[in-house]
Design a protein around this ligand. Structure first.
Ligand code: HEC
Length: 108
């Protein structure tokens, strides 16, 4: 039952985040993350804090969507984070941003 409740909360919060961010598609972003990001980042909703690179779930907590988008486009220099702006088009970046934002856990 508790598990069911958790899943419902996740689905509803994904829907809320999705509607707030009309420009990005959460599901498409999840698929892109699975293709391009998972080899370095933990992209799951249960990603831990204090990992390197940071898990997407932790980024969702401490960054807002504009910050996330700009860090995908313009990563910190001299780190392994690839210059994704060269590989992905702006729509992809919006979808990835929407996916990361959707991972923020709301208080139950
Ligand atoms: C080759 C490994 C690698 C891949 C692949 C990668 N990243 Fe990163 N990413 C990193 C590292 C390392 C950092 C931390 C950079 C630093 O030290 O600030 C990072 C940082 C980030 C940050 C900023 C985190 C913060 O400080 O707020 C975001 C957002 C991000 N990555 C998103 C993505 C997305 C989206 C993808 C897939 C499209 C991706 N990354 C693919 C290694 C990677």
């Amino acid at each position: 039952m508790k598990q069911f409740f958790r899943i419902s909360v996740a689905v509803v919060s994904t829907m809320i985040a999705g509607s707030a961010l009309a420009e990005g598609d959460v599901e498409a972003g999840g698929m892109l993350a699975d293709k391009y990001c998972v080899r370095c980042h933990d992209i799951s909703v249960d990603g831990a804090f204090k990992t390197y690179p940071p898990s997407f779930a932790s980024i969702a907590v401490f960054r807002d969507s504009d910050q996330i988008r700009s860090r995908i486009l313009f990563p910190q220099l001299h780190t392994p984070m690839p210059q994704m702006g060269f590989l992905l088009d702006p729509e992809n970046i919006d979808d990835l941003t929407a996916y990361i934002v959707s991972l923020e856990k709301k208080p139950e």
